[in-house]
Design a protein around this ligand. Structure first.
Ligand SMILES: C[S@@+](CC[C@H](N)C(=O)[O-])C[C@H]1O[C@@H](n2cnc3c(N)ncnc32)[C@H](O)[C@@H]1O
Length: 403
């Protein structure tokens, strides 16, 4: 799995196909170890390097096994004897003595916990430059922790009742934050009119004006924002290119008894029959804002990939802009912490599309802890609401068409 993520750029979820034949408890443990390794990779490597005379190659079996063993110590609290006992058989007939020696040296040192792991060097550089030391420090602390679970509700009274019954915290209308990490164990999953959605991911749909009747959710699957829009009473058309993701959207709507018109199409080729009052474009992106749940995004988001995304985002935005009624709103969002996929896409779009202007959030539209920049951008950074469990990184803006 680590190889698939680090060298072949796969997501951890797709890399996990490699262990699908294991019994479910073993499979969950294997995925957890891979995830904990990715949360702390630079620090684990520095420890390994501090205990070897010659640097072990990145893709050597010895380094991989040492990474996995140390990740279990720091991330899963595995006792020393157990991690040695599971590491050594992996290098039987190979660098067993070396791995045993390095692990012994490190474990005898009495290693302190890694509470704020370093991020990959390229990310440290980029985020430090873009967002400053405080946001970077918060991102380091957050990657070591499991984030809380945010639920969005179709109905505010149901959210309040759920929060009261399950010791949840409501940080915004129709939102409840809980500690539990297993979604299906949560009461009401079967028939519940709620869905899992990071609080930051619930903000863009809140910027769609209540008065907009016909709303297009462009790049809609698996549908968190479609469900918000449908629950808010809009007439929703949801478009996505992916058949399997759209199928999940269909199931989500069924479960929550919400309604939207679903279209499977490439937004770069599709054309609507009539214009919309509002469009929400939650564009495909590097997803670096989701690093707390998906630490591998930090290794996948290389500059050429970010540039490719920015190109696609600009194309999608230009197409969506042509499908709006005059006076209509276009909300653009990405779960990315890269300015190239957020602020810079919008700056370039506005320079080329004089009929559009930014319409900043008005008081009451977004929860009180969210502020907008002087330009009217909403930028959610690591460190926001940190003592209450934090938020995914996000960018969003509302544009209005004047003519
Ligand atoms: C960030 S995800 C959307 C998440 C969704 N808005 C939600 O809240 O659940 C981006 C989506 O864009 C879709 N997508 C990517 N390129 C597309 C294209 N050219 N046309 C339509 N959908 C596209 C992907 O299939 C993916 O589901």
């Amino acid at each position: 799995m680590l190889d698939a993520v680090l060298r072949r750029g796969q997501t951890l979820e797709s890399a996990a196909a490699a262990v699908r034949t294991l019994p479910s408890a073993d499979r969950a443990l294997a995925v957890a170890i891979a995830g904990e390794t990715l949360r702390r990779l630079p620090d684990l490597d520095a420890l390994i390097d501090s205990a070897t005379r010659q640097r072990l190659p990145d893709d050597s079996k010895a380094r991989t096994v040492l990474r996995l063993a140390l990740a279990q110590k720091f991330g899963l609290g595995t006792p020393d004897h157990a991690l040695v006992a599971t590491a050594l058989p992996l290098v039987d007939g190979g660098p067993r003595r070396l791995v045993h020696g390095v692990l012994g040296t490190l474990l005898r040192r009495g290693l302190a916990p890694i509470d704020a792991p370093r991020l990959p060097e390229a990310i440290e550089q980029r985020w430090g430059d873009a967002w400053g030391a405080a946001a970077l420090g918060a991102a380091r602390r957050q990657i070591a922790k499991r984030p809380p679970l945010d639920l969005s509700f179709a109905d505010e009274a149901e959210a309040q009742a759920y929060a009261a019954a399950h010791a949840g915290t409501s940080l915004a209308p129709r939102h409840v934050r809980v500690e539990s990490s297993s979604v299906t164990e949560l009461e009401g999953f079967g028939g519940g009119r709620w869905w899992v959605q990071d609080l930051a991911a619930s903000l863009p749909a809140r910027l769609v004006p209540a008065a907009a009747k016909e709303v297009l959710d462009l790049c809609a699957a698996p549908g968190g924002k479609t469900m918000q829009l449908a629950a808010a009473g809009h007439t929703v058309t949801s478009l996505d290119a992916s058949k399997s993701r759209l199928e999940r959207l269909r199931e989500n709507l069924q479960r929550t008894q919400l309604v939207a018109d679903l279209i499977q199409a490439d937004a770069l080729a599709w054309k609507p029959r009539r214009p919309f009052d509002a469009i929400l474009l939650d564009a495909p992106c590097s997803a670096t804002g989701t690093f707390r749940r998906h630490p591998e995004v930090l290794y996948r988001a290389r500059p050429p990939i970010i540039a490719e995304n920015a190109e696609l985002q600009a194309q999608l935005l230009t197409r969506a802009a042509a499908w709006l009624n005059s006076g209509g709103s276009l909300v653009y969002s990405v779960c990315s912490l890269e300015p190239e996929e957020g602020e810079q896409v919008i700056e370039a779009f506005l320079a080329a599309n004089r009929a559009f202007a930014i319409s900043p959030p008005v008081p009451g539209e977004l929860p009180g802890f969210v502020t907008s920049s002087p330009e009217g951008y909403v930028r959610i950074l690591p460190g926001m609401l940190e003592d209450q469990g934090g938020l995914d990184g996000f960018f969003m803006v509302r544009l209005v068409r004047s003519a």
